[in-house]
Write a protein that binds this ligand. Structure first.
Ligand SMILES: N[C@@H](CCC(=O)N[C@@H](CS)C(=O)NCC(=O)O)C(=O)O
Length: 240
């Protein structure tokens, strides 16, 4: 068996949540850093995810996995006793699947027009204005949904901290990046929830990792590994 590896992307990747989840899990894992702005990405990464997106994951049996929802579900299932997920067939498990789907599709995608406007520096003002308006309205609607939900609960699903709570902050921070609104004023329940998670050692660890600052793990972090160092493991992957 191998040490599982999470491939996380910087800057500000959605893989942030998978780092937090791995810290909460407390089992050994390694990290491999992908500089997302450095194109083209190393060809070796295609063995993990041929679509060249992060996060990617290599499990203990050396099988690759992509898509945040799948990786987070896998992490929760690695140690059910940690309570980051729910037993298959239970209401909690259905609700967690529903929440992860919402967060990784609707919520994630709401930011797409904003990122498009950001990347299309040579586009005309009208185009960028339309994209910005579309994205801002969609993000606001999703924040309103989450704010209503968090008015009556501390965690997103089932009264306990799950991998959905690990994922949300890594996406929600994009609203501040795009300076969309004053979250404390407009979405106080989301703001309170995020402020609480930001005190969590796992959130602080993931933030430090992204910034290349001194990072203190309260989980099973077993160090960074490079794609080159992983070459033998990547070469041994059998497509299924
Ligand atoms: N549906 C995928 C989306 C993955 C995704 O789009 N990742 C972004 C970072 S958040 C990425 O790798 N972008 C590549 C790039 O910017 O070149 C998931 O949930 O994991």
């Amino acid at each position: 068996m191998n040490t599982p590896v999470l491939f996380y992307g910087v800057p500000q990747g959605c893989s942030f949540g998978s780092i937090v989840a791995l810290e909460w899990l407390g089992e050994p894992y390694q990290l491999c850093r992908i500089e997302m702005l450095e194109h083209p990405w190393p060809a070796l990464y295609a063995k993990v995810n041929p679509r060249n997106l992060t996060p990617g994951y290599l499990d203990a049996a050396n099988q690759p996995l992509s898509e945040s929802a799948a990786i987070l579900s896998h992490i929760a299932a690695r140690a059910p006793e940690r309570g980051l997920g729910f037993a298959p067939g239970t209401r909690g498990n259905d609700q967690l699947a529903q929440m992860l789907s919402f967060l990784t599709t609707d919520f994630f995608a709401a930011f797409a027009p904003l990122w498009a406007a950001y990347e299309m520096q040579d586009a005309d003002d009208a185009t960028r204005t339309v994209l910005t308006r579309l994205g801002s309205a969609d993000v606001a609607q999703n924040f309103a949904t989450l704010d209503a939900l968090l008015a009556t609960r501390d965690w997103l699903v089932g009264g306990q901290r799950t991998v959905a709570d690990a994922y949300l902050p890594g996406i929600a921070r994009w609203a501040a990046y795009h300076r969309l609104f004053d979250a404390a004023r407009d979405y106080p329940n989301v703001a309170r929830y995020l402020a609480r998670i930001q005190q969590d050692p796992a959130w602080q660890f993931a933030t430090a990792i992204e910034r290349k600052a001194v990072a203190s793990s309260s989980g099973g972090f077993a160090g960074h590994v490079t794609l080159e160092e992983l070459r033998p493991r990547l070469a041994a992957i059998v497509a299924d």
